[in-house]
Design a protein around this ligand. Structure first.
Ligand code: F3S
Length: 73
């Protein structure tokens, strides 16, 4: 049987200014990289964590956090 699934992947795009909101709220998903900018440490967002991740996405002052959707076949 053919099935496809939507995979969601958490990404910090170029342009982070290192304000730290996302890291402060979700240290299990983001951390400061060598350049003092946010890097994603856990790209798969668990269902129960989605609310707080979306909250950080809204709060990021430069709007560089996104959840990308990938279709797998
Ligand atoms: Fe950077 Fe936005 Fe987080 S500026 S540190 S990605 S809240």
């Amino acid at each position: 049987m053919w099935e496809s699934e939507i995979m969601e992947k958490l990404v910090v795009k170029d342009g982070c200014i290192g304000c730290g909101i996302c890291i402060g709220e979700n240290p299990d998903y983001f951390e400061f990289g060598d350049e003092g900018l946010s890097v994603v440490v856990k790209p798969e967002v668990a269902k129960e964590d989605k609310g707080r991740i979306l909250d950080s996405i809204e709060k990021c002052p430069v709007e560089v956090i996104v959840i990308e959707e990938e279709k797998t076949e």
